[in-house]
Write a protein that binds this ligand. Structure first.
Ligand code: ADP
Ligand code: MG
Length: 710
């Protein structure tokens, strides 16, 4: 019996060669095949016979090739192919110009569906069909069982020699054998709630839609509001969310006794140790974190917060609670500069409480390193801050209870998992300043709890963003006055080495230029190529104000906090994503003086690219910028290669269907809350759950990877 899990290779019509080609297109099972959707439809209803074709119209009809031949016409360079097409009612001449291969495709007696313009020819004194497109049809298929005519037909993308009509017939036959199948990835309660048809009806509706509603066109079937498509979008979100919620359920099922002792006093002590008042957003998120820590399963929380929103305090709060309860904690950051900064901040914050963080990076060597590794091992060190060095094999903890990862998107799933693996069910707090649009965050981190710091600490002046296209005196007129007042300037270049292929200025040659342009000011250079010690020195000199202008690549992108830096100039900003630029912008205006963010597009920058940059002029809300970035570039490019394994939906669109996604999440949550028994019951509603999960996993490549934060 045919099931959704049946391999396509065992379908009639699919021999080894076709099976291999289908497999190359990712089509291995009947499910894969049925989710290969047409990209458009053709109305082939009421197909006329040759006897009632009308002049001047595009028409399609079914006919047999009575004869076909090549005619050389001297005036024309290319040969003309002429065929006589016949049916019971008569015959008509069809001509093609210069398409000799048609002789091979349409031998005499071939039966095909032809579609093209019918014209009256003076020369022939009759109607002719000019350069029609055609599709061969099996002779016996004129009647009710035909997939190719007398109906609205699907048109599939042709690839690797697999034609649209091949797909149509294969899918059509498969559907006939599957008709009445109880298979359905959506539970009945959900179907009832939304009035969705059964799965098989949806699939049929997607491939072989019935009547067009009056006044509508074929486009109707491609619209997300078309019933079967709407169900499919829902289904895609549902399955994905289902997997994520299941993951979460697994985590909570890990069960762990509540091990933190949190008191009201803690809050008072912690807040009192801060040099500022917490924002409401910070208070809210601190509450979310301590609530998590009070649960009897591990925390798994993602903190989204724009640059400067004060995420470090949240990290400190979680660390404080965990350490106070006798656990070791690790804070990992992607760069040495950032790790060092965190160590400093935490040292300052925790000094009144008597806690000392230790730093572990690549540049901690020799006996210092040994002492730290053994301190972590024995449990003497309760707070370790560092870079990837923290995940090296030789570092073992005695009781790691909490892992905090800053700029978490900079790390791979494996790296995050390795660090977490050094403890027994540790709590985790992941932080990111990359403003991820909520739509993406919901679907990408659906297995995590989300906290958002959507309020900036008070007193910060907005950074003014200016796109400057006038070159020439920019440095003299615009930048020099800042330097003369002693304000510090970042200059960011997109590439390190001069490259002819791109019009980006290399940081080092730009540095040479600016050093000689401003001989009386100290200009520093910071790139990833410079050895770490020298980089540290440069940073220290910039921080102390000795260096006034810092030319760099994006190594300064994350975290760096220099209150006296008021200006940032970005060369060739069109080469960056908006979200990344927004993050860079967060490096300035962190002190008492207003900040300025100058964008100097390259000469080759397109108008479109520059229009995109205006979003930054308009808004300093990271989430808004990210939404716009996503809108203009699409999820694939927005996320870049780092997040490969991102789901590729068949029909759903995160932006367009965001409201649907939200309601699906509510449904799935309810579904899970109905209890274990209900959930176990899902095995029944999908007649073959393994097939469905295999299918989702294979389609959303690497879904395990990006769902499997743990
Ligand atoms: P980010 O979210 O970018 O990591 P940080 O935690 O580095 O932000 O905070 C940015 C700056 O704002 C730091 O200098 C920090 O001391 C300061 N800060 C954080 N919270 C507050 C607050 N509630 N009031 C005033 N300043 C704050
Ligand atoms: Mg930070």
């Amino acid at each position: 019996m045919l099931t959704p899990a049946t391999p396509v290779s065992s379908l009639p019509d699919v021999g080894p060669r076709r099976a291999e080609r289908l497999s190359k297109l990712g089509i291995r099972t009947v499910l894969d095949l049925l989710y290969t959707l047409p990209f458009r439809y053709e109305d082939r209803r009421g197909v006329p016979s040759i006897g009632n074709l009308r002049e001047g119209e595009q028409q399609g009809f079914l006919a047999t090739v009575s004869s076909i031949r090549k005619k050389e016409i001297r005036k024309l360079r290319a040969p003309v192919i002429e065929a006589i097409l016949s049916d019971d009612s008569g015959s008509i001449k069809a001509v093609w110009f210069g398409q000799e291969y048609i002789l091979k495709l349409l031998p005499e007696a071939a039966h095909a569906f032809f579609f093209g313009r019918i014209e009256y020819s003076e020369f022939d004194r009759s109607l002719v069909l000019k350069s029609p497109v055609f599709e061969k049809v099996d002779p016996g298929q004129k009647g009710r069982k035909s997939f190719h005519v007398n109906r609205i037909v699907p048109v599939y993308r042709e690839s690797l020699g697999l034609t649209s009509s091949f797909f149509r017939k294969l899918i059509g036959e498969t559907l006939l054998s599957l008709w009445g199948s109880p298979f359905d990835p959506l539970p009945e309660s959900i179907r009832k709630k939304h009035g969705f048809d059964s799965w098989i009806k949806m699939i049929v509706g997607l491939h072989f839609p019935a009547a067009i509603p009056s006044g509508g066109s074929l486009e109707f079937f491609l619209d997300p509001s078309y019933g079967p498509r709407k169900r499919l979008i829902y289904e895609e979100f549902f399955l994905l969310e289902f997997l994520m919620f299941q993951k979460r359920a697994d985590i909570s099922a890990q069960g762990r006794s509540n091990r933190y002792r949190i008191s009201a006093e803690d809050r008072t002590i912690f807040s009192a140790s801060l040099p500022f008042h917490l924002t409401n957003a910070q208070k809210k998120v601190m509450e979310e974190v301590s609530e998590d820590l009070g649960k009897d399963y591990p925390m798994n929380r993602l903190l989204l917060g724009d640059v400067g929103s004060g995420k470090t305090v949240i990290a400190a709060w979680a660390l404080y609670l965990a350490i106070k309860s006798g656990f070791q904690c690790a804070l990992m950051a992607p760069t040495e500069i950032l790790a060092k900064q965190h160590e400093k901040t935490l040292t300052r914050l925790f000094s009144s409480i008597g806690l000392t963080p230790f730093l572990l990076t690549n540049s901690v060597r020799g006996s210092d390193r040994k002492a730290i590794v053994s301190g972590v091992h024995s449990g003497e060190i309760s707070l370790i801050v560092g870079t990837q060095s923290l995940i090296q094999e030789s570092l073992n903890f005695s009781c790691l209870g909490l892992v905090v990862i800053d700029e978490q998107h900079r790390f791979g799933v494996d790296q995050r998992r390795t660090l977490m693996g050094k403890g027994a069910q540790p709590d985790t707090l992941l932080m990111t300043a990359t403003p991820i649009p909520r739509s993406l965050a919901l679907s990408y981190y659906g297995d995590m709890d989300l906290s958002v710091l959507d309020e900036k600490p008070p007193g910060r002046l907005p950074v003014k963003t200016i796109i400057s296209r006038s070159s020439g005196d920019f440095w003299d007129k615009t930048v020099r006055p800042f330097l003369e007042r002693g304000e510090q300037v970042f200059v960011v270049c997109p590439l390190i080495e001069e490259s002819e292929a791109v019009d980006a200025k290399a940081a080092s040659s730009h540095w040479e230029f600016l050093s000689s342009y401003f001989p009386s000011f100290e200009v520093g250079l910071l790139t990833g190529r410079i050895p770490f010690e020298s980089r540290e020195k440069v940073m220290a000199r910039f921080r102390s104000g000795e260096i006034l202008m810092l030319v760099s690549t994006t190594v300064i992108e994350v975290g760096v906090d220099i209150p006296n830096a008021t200006v940032m100039v970005v060369e060739s900003p069109e080469r960056f994503g908006l979200a990344q630029l927004h993050q860079l912008r967060g490096r300035v205006g962190r002190g008492a003086l207003p900040g300025f963010f100058y964008l100097l597009p390259g000469e080759a920058a397109s108008d479109e690219a520059i229009a995109r940059l205006h979003v930054l002029e308009e808004s300093d809300d990271g989430f808004f910028v990210a939404e716009e970035d996503l809108r203009s570039r699409g999820p694939g490019e927005f996320l870049g290669t780092r997040q490969s394994g991102a789901p590729a939906f068949i029909c759903a669109d995160l932006l367009r269907d965001f409201d649907m996604l939200k309601s699906v999440r509510v449904d799935v949550k309810d579904f899970f809350q109905e209890g274990e028994a209900q959930r176990m019951d899902h095995q029944k509603w999908v007649w073959d759950w393994t097939t469905v999960t295999d299918f989702i996993r294979s389609r959303y490549t690497g879904v395990e990877e990006w769902i499997g934060i743990r």
